[in-house]
Design a protein around this ligand. Structure first.
Ligand SMILES: *Cc1c(COP(=O)(O)O)cnc(C)c1O
Length: 469
């Protein structure tokens, strides 16, 4: 890419008076914005012709990496392929051009999509009712906790202000509890990452009457199935609490089991991790919340209308395009793919917890620690080979965590290609460790100083210009 021609920033390409587009003439005098509300000086916007703008952004986009460019084995965040059919359905003009204030009788089709999706989610999870309003997983957690609080309040059980959360939980769990005004009681994990039932018993014995509920993630943060759910659910129910299921990663469960059958009362699903939708850069998403019968009366209004409708459309299309038969293959395939990679690499990478994983698993860096090559070096080197890095240094249970999730979408050839490169990198670590420590070598930007970037981030254009001088 020629940076001089197309520029690092669109502002650098601005030429006074250049235009790529002209707005229709303004003909509605009565809607003119009052002078007192108008800005005194024109906004400093870049002025460019259309071709320059198109080239600028197209060239920048070519520097990015996405699921559409290559394999993206990011654990915990599930970067899943978003099939063209999902995109096509979401952009049908009848759906894409909806206005939230349209008369209800003109949006019957969209409403039917929503009611139908709720029903499909009920059948897939074993829940009784769903609300599609939450905009993300964390938003779903907050919504679900509000349901739990509403339930206790309706029974005048006002002392229940505490929520049990395993120490291995995703950070959004304690954050959502805090936003909901609940106090977090941390439950310890065993060395295999599953919930320590004895610790749970001890907490419940002392504080049982104040417990609103327990949040559990399954498969847990290590990608392992929590085996003691029936016992845990009984302990929590017996003390008067409700069970919350963090179903952000529902894909390995599809076709295998349902949270509603395991004793959970409230749950959320991340549609953007399980049922397609591109979600890089923090959005967009949807975190519908499901409840067992009787709790739907406590659904709060956490967003207007029907939440993130275009995301709901993509999820609906994903489920329908798989159909009743094939949607059941999602869980087994995601599980097979993850276990296949794990088994093919565990002689060269350190597998701290043996056994069958679900949709993802964690290595603790390279098995041979004598080379000094770290998880960070492996992740950077993968970029040179055209693969996105897995999730690194999370979970915090191990020093060199390398968390891999292939999803059910990837072909055997793609997965074999990744395995081959991972094995090659392990070999390079022995033969040429210095080359790995300086990777990546082939990306538009080489190794960045992440400490500097975290401590002194440069986030404004003015500052960049200043630093250049
Ligand atoms: C991704 C994730 C969340 C949060 O979902 P967002 O849509 O990012 O808010 C919560 N819990 C788990 C286990 C997750 O993996």
């Amino acid at each position: 890419m020629n940076n001089k021609l197309y520029g690092n920033l669109i502002f650098e390409l601005s030429k006074e008076g250049r235009r790529g587009y002209s707005l229709p003439r303004f003909e509605c005098e009565k809607y003119r914005i009052p002078q007192s509300l108008c800005r005194e000086k024109d906004a400093e916007l870049p002025e460019c012709d259309e071709l320059t703008v198109v080239r600028h952004y197209t060239n920048h986009s070519a520097n990015n990496f996405g699921v559409d460019n290559g394999f993206y084995p990011l654990g915990s965040c599930t970067m899943k392929y978003n099939p063209c059919i999902s995109e096509e359905m979401a952009s049908l003009p009848a759906f894409r051009d909806l206005h939230p204030l349209q008369p209800a009788d003109s949006v019957a089709g969209a409403r039917e999509v929503c009611r139908d999706l709720e029903q499909l989610l009920c059948r897939l999870t074993g829940m009784h009712a769903f609300t599609l309003k939450p905009y993300a997983g964390a938003h779903g957690e907050l919504t679900g906790l509000m349901v739990i609080r509403g339930y206790h309040e309706s029974r005048h059980d006002d002392k229940r202000t505490k929520v049990l959360i395993p120490d291995s939980a995703h950070g959004t769990n304690p954050a959502s509890a805090a936003v909901c005004g609940l106090e977090v009681l941390e439950v310890k994990s065993l060395s295999d990452g599953t919930v320590d039932v004895e610790d749970l018993k001890a907490i419940i014995q002392v504080q049982g009457s104040e417990i609103a509920g327990m949040m559990m993630t399954n498969p847990n943060t290590l990608g392992l199935f929590e085996k003691n759910i029936p016992e845990i659910a009984k302990l929590v129910h017996d003390c008067g609490g409700l069970m919350y299921y963090d179903g952000a990663n529902l894909n390995p469960m599809l076709g295998a089991c349902r949270p509603g059958d395991m004793g959970f009362d409230v749950m959320h699903v991340n549609l953007h991790k399980t049922f397609s939708t591109p979600h890089g850069g923090g959005g967009p998403g949807a975190g519908p919340v499901g409840v067992r019968a009787g709790l739907e009366a406590f659904f709060p209004a956490v967003s207007p209308y029907e939440g993130n409708f275009a995301v709901l459309m993509r999820a609906y299309a994903y489920i329908l395009s798989l159909g009743k038969e094939h949607v059941k293959e999602v869980g087994p395939l995601a599980t097979l793919n993850a276990n296949y990679i794990k088994e093919r690499l565990k002689d060269l990478y350190l597998l701290p917890i043996e056994g069958l994983c679900k949709h993802e698993f964690v290595f603790d860096g390279l098995a041979d620690k004598s080379t000094g090559v770290t998880t960070m070096d492996v992740a950077k080197r993968l970029l040179d080979y055209g693969y996105h890095a897995p999730t690194i240094y999370f979970p915090l249970l191990f020093h060199e965590s390398l968390m891999i999730e292939p999803t059910e979408n990837e072909s055997k050839e793609t997965i074999d290609g990744f395995i081959e490169v991972m094995r090659k990198i392990a070999q390079e670590a022995k033969e040429r460790p210095e080359e790995l420590k300086a990777a990546p070598h082939l990306t538009p930007i080489g190794r960045v100083d992440d400490v500097q970037a975290a401590k002194h981030p440069v986030v404004t254009y003015q500052q960049m210009q200043h630093d250049d001088n």
